[in-house]
Write a protein that binds this ligand. Structure first.
Ligand code: GN1
Ligand code: MG
Length: 351
């Protein structure tokens, strides 16, 4: 998918700007297009939502508004980027080509990082997402829409993978033969997922971020401290393992999912331990005993799921994730299976 998109004038005008602004594009996300708009003393983040992925993009905005207002009303201190409304007072704007746009206030002096630098940082990052679970514990999960239905449904992801293996590109299938075997051989993760969702009393539906990767955290540019999480597009009902799983996937690793030198791809035990402590310090009294006992396997589920998703997209001809080179999704999938193998050595799966 192509990532270079321009901002039409009607969009700028809808948010109270004109062509007389400075625009920079942030190239990080794999789905949406993100821009920084600056004029005089104001700076906002404007995003074009990928409506092929978020077919009901309005749900993103209604979920965010509900949660944002809930946190303001319950005076729980949890920083969320403030939504920017259009001049007509709407939380989004649909342009003349049906593009879906929404904005946030830029969080001053913030920056993003792609890697965790030390265990203290890993602890802080996990505590942030643990706190999110905690402050939303009283929020009724069923009041939120599924912005992508069955987003972290491992059973569905496995079926999509099987379909892609069956109907996907023949040459790519041959090239990925050993990766496909490695994924098939690990169907016990799908079984674990199935047993979790079957036991609603032990594993209740909760509000999860569903993309707790390091790139979705803002850090203070000066002190390096964690400021807040961003990208709440997949904030929706889900199960306990999603955010901690993505934390392990993206913050306990020595290198990110774009790394092709596999010798650099492994789980850092110190970071893993710090993540677990950070998450549990915030959520220990909220999670059920069953959730706590399976928390250490969250990373297995999420890395496995991400590997299935990259492989599925590769076999299907790169229709979902933005790619920059020919085998990009394949390389990401190989990176993720390597990471999974490393996690399995550190925390052998016992089920
Ligand atoms: C996507 O858009 P971005 O880069 O924040 C994806 C996540 C994946 C992630 C992998 C809606 O997130 O689920 O984990 O890429 N988001 C969607 O980097 O599919
Ligand atoms: Mg995202």
């Amino acid at each position: 998918m192509n990532k270079n998109i321009e901002i039409p004038l009607d969009v700028l005008q809808a948010f109270g700007y004109d062509n007389n602004v400075s625009i920079t594009q942030n190239g990080d996300g794999l789905i949406n297009a993100t821009f920084f708009i600056e004029k005089a003393n104001s700076k906002i983040v404007l995003q074009k939502i990928n409506t092929n992925v978020f077919t009901n993009a309005k749900f993103i905005q209604s979920n965010y508004t509900k949660v944002y207002n809930y946190l303001q009303e319950t005076t729980q201190i949890f920083l969320l980027p403030k939504p920017v409304f259009t001049v007509k007072g709407e939380s989004f704007f649909i342009d003349s080509t049906s593009g879906f746009w929404r904005g946030f206030n830029y969080v001053p002096d913030s920056t993003v990082k792609h890697f965790i630098s030390n265990a203290t940082e890993a602890y802080a990052v996990a505590a942030l997402f643990g706190r999110l679970l905690k402050v939303l514990d009283g929020f009724p999960a069923q009041d939120l829409q599924e912005t992508i239905p069955q987003f972290h449904d491992l059973h569905l992801r496995y079926r999509q993978f099987e379909n892609a293996v069956k109907n996907g590109d023949q040459q790519r299938k041959l090239d990925a033969a050993s990766l496909i075997e490695s994924l098939k051989k690990r169907q016990n993760y799908v079984e674990l997922y199935d047993t979790i969702v079957e036991q609603k009393d032990k594993f209740p539906l909760r509000v999860l971020h569903h993309d707790a990767k390091i790139g979705n955290i803002l850090f203070d540019k000066l002190t390096g401290e964690v400021l807040c999480a961003v990208d709440f597009d997949t904030l929706m009902p889900g199960y306990f393992f999603s955010d901690f799983g993505d934390l392990v996937r993206a913050s306990a690793c020595s290198a990110g999912e774009e790394e092709n030198d596999l010798s650099k791809v492994f789980i850092n035990q110190q970071y893993f331990d710090a993540l677990l402590k950070g998450y549990l310090d915030e959520t220990e009294n909220i999670l059920t005993a069953s959730e706590r006992s399976l928390l250490v396997y969250s990373g297995h589920l999420l890395i496995y799921m991400q590997c299935l998703r990259f492989t599925t997209d590769y076999l299907s001809g790169d229709i979902y994730y933005k790619t920059s080179y020919i085998n990009h999704n394949f390389c990401r999938a190989i990176n993720q299976i390597t990471l999974l193998e490393s996690l399995e050595r550190l925390v052998p799966n016992q089920f």
